[in-house]
Design a protein. Structure first.
Length: 534
């Protein structure tokens, strides 16, 4: 099916904006009723009107209902009306809005009597807004889920609420390997419900703002919720829109990115099919998730082309918006050996600003030694893009952010600098560490121990050393295991030279770390997770 469908149950599904032309396909796939939750005119003149949608639905033999809902303003009356539609209209039912989120949220609120224990807790929480929540965690990614599990391991009677709108959870560190044909993408994805720690109250909604004075978190599905302690861990935002023309060509025309689940496999397809021409890899300004990932994609692609005997016919270029190959100097020499081996053309201070996929052209803003900028056009046959990355809008626009938009914390305790009842960890916090899952693994211990100490009126006992890990996949079968902390201090887990590419590090990355992620980190098991300093 070409329409993006999210199955909530066998009898109900949601979708982002559909068109009148989609109605026949929807009917052919067994749906009987379509519910439109998007107000007319919300998306401007290009959005089909409800009357146009209804006519197309009737022509396809579908029932149609129009129940417009304004984002973040779902009312009790609308919830009741939606519940009535669910019981009165033939199924399976497909509901849609701009992104599908509103339809999913109103469905959850309308089905509060469901026997599903997770859904019940979600809706119960969203309907009892006046009750104060104890520990609220914003974000159901690696940091949020891992912290909730670790807190419950320490104190099983804690009341923890997680705010997370997505229904899927991803092991993102493996996407680099997916892009090299070395990992099954399906094994990087699980249902969010399956990774939620037992006993956690999950509100499937998106946070939209904070009021730290009232101790409130605003949500997109209704009134704010209050908290005793707040943990902010929503990750960061991939700013695809910052590069002109990029969104229109991602996943086609030779333009790809391992930073998205649905595109990593396309990277591998391009690597396999490219026999000659020019392959450009990009890196945006810092900070980004896993500073080595842009290079990993390049080295693994070159390794495959070398193995296939194609590398001599492919011109590889690395356009890095920064001024150095890697931020920790100890790891630059071994990386440069591979740059020479693969004959990679390094272009520093070169930032991707625009892409024309069909024309196979990209434009870069290049800064010279005097700081002057020049816009340069380059042709490509394959373009691997890493997008600029920023803090989520609702954080950047809040009073909790620093000047750069990140949650402003003490980098050693991860406690907010102005609000003692708030902590932050993961990619969204201001600590100047590498933004990696390995960093979150260490931060979880820091926040868990410091939060519980603060709640008990004791001094904060644990200090974060800035640990981050970046397994630099320099070729298939070998990795430079870069582990470092604040100021680039080397923090190797094992007593070996970390700058040497090793087969053992490849085995760790490909086979061991995924198991540790799913079965240890997300379950509160803290193997080798304690920071070196206190």
């Amino acid at each position: 099916m070409t329409i993006s469908i999210t199955r909530q149950t066998n009898n109900f599904a949601t979708a982002p904006q559909i068109s009148p032309a989609d109605m026949q396909e929807i009917a052919e796939h067994g749906f009987k009723t379509v519910i439109n939750n998007r107000p007319d005119g919300e998306g401007g003149p290009t959005q089909p009107t409800s009357s146009e949608m209804e006519k197309a639905a009737q022509e396809a033999g579908l029932r149609y209902a129009y129940l417009p809902v304004v984002s973040g303003q779902i009312t009790e009356d609308q919830t009741t009306q939606f519940a009535s539609l669910l019981s009165s209209q033939p199924g399976p039912i497909l509901a849609f809005c701009r992104s599908g989120a509103r339809s999913a949220n109103i469905y959850q609120m309308a089905t509060a009597t469901t026997t599903n224990p997770i859904t019940t807790s979600v809706v119960a929480a969203s309907c009892n807004w006046q009750l104060q929540h104890d520990i609220v965690i914003v974000g159901g990614g690696a940091a949020g889920i891992g912290l909730a599990a670790s807190l419950l391991k320490r104190q099983s009677n804690l009341s923890i609420t997680i705010i997370e709108p997505k229904d899927k959870h991803y092991y993102q560190p493996a996407w680099t390997l997916v892009g090299a044909g070395e990992f099954d993408p399906a094994k990087t994805e699980r249902n969010m419900a399956d990774v939620m720690p037992k006993g956690v109250n999950w509100i499937r909604a998106a946070a939209t703002g904070f009021d730290p004075v009232k101790k409130e978190v605003q949500l997109d599905i209704g009134s704010p919720i209050t908290y005793r302690n707040l943990i902010i861990a929503p990750g960061l935002q991939l700013n695809w829109k910052a590069i002109e023309g990029l969104e229109d060509t991602l996943g086609k025309n030779g333009v790809t990115s391992n930073y998205r689940f649905d595109l990593a496999s396309y990277t591998w397809s391009l690597v396999q099919s490219l026999k000659s021409g020019k392959a450009i890899f990009t890196q945006p300004p810092m900070p980004i998730k896993c500073a080595g990932a842009p290079q990993k994609a390049m080295y693994l692609s070159c390794s495959e082309w070398e193995h296939q005997g194609k590398l001599k016919n492919i011109q590889v270029e690395f356009n890095n918006a920064g001024a150095v190959l890697f931020g920790v100097a100890d790891f630059v020499p071994p990386l440069m050996e591979y740059v020479k081996r693969y004959q990679i053309n390094l272009q520093f201070n070169s930032k991707l600003v625009a892409v024309d996929g069909p024309a196979k052209k990209a434009w870069f803003e290049i800064k010279d030694a005097q700081g002057n900028l020049q816009r340069v056009e380059k042709s490509f046959d394959m373009l691997h893009v890493v997008p600029p990355q920023i803090a989520p809008d609702f954080i950047r626009q809040s009073s909790l952010a620093n000047a750069e938009g990140w949650v402003e914390v003490d980098q050693t305790t991860l406690q907010h600098v102005r609000h003692a009842d708030i902590f932050s960890l993961g990619d969204a916090c201001s600590s100047p560490n590498a933004k990696t899952a390995a960093a979150a693994r260490k931060q979880i211990v820091v926040v868990a121990e410091n939060l519980l100490a603060m709640r008990a009126g004791r001094p904060l006992p644990t200090r974060y050393d800035g640990y981050g890990s970046c397994p630099l996949t320099v070729e298939k079968g070998r990795i430079v295991l870069a582990e470092f902390g604040f100021g680039g201090k080397l923090l190797p887990t094992f007593p070996i030279n970390p700058a040497v590419p090793r087969r053992s590090a490849w085995i760790l990355k490909k086979y061991i770390l995924p198991m540790l992620y799913w079965d240890a980190m997300l379950k509160g098991r803290e193997w080798l997770a304690r920071p070196a300093s206190k």
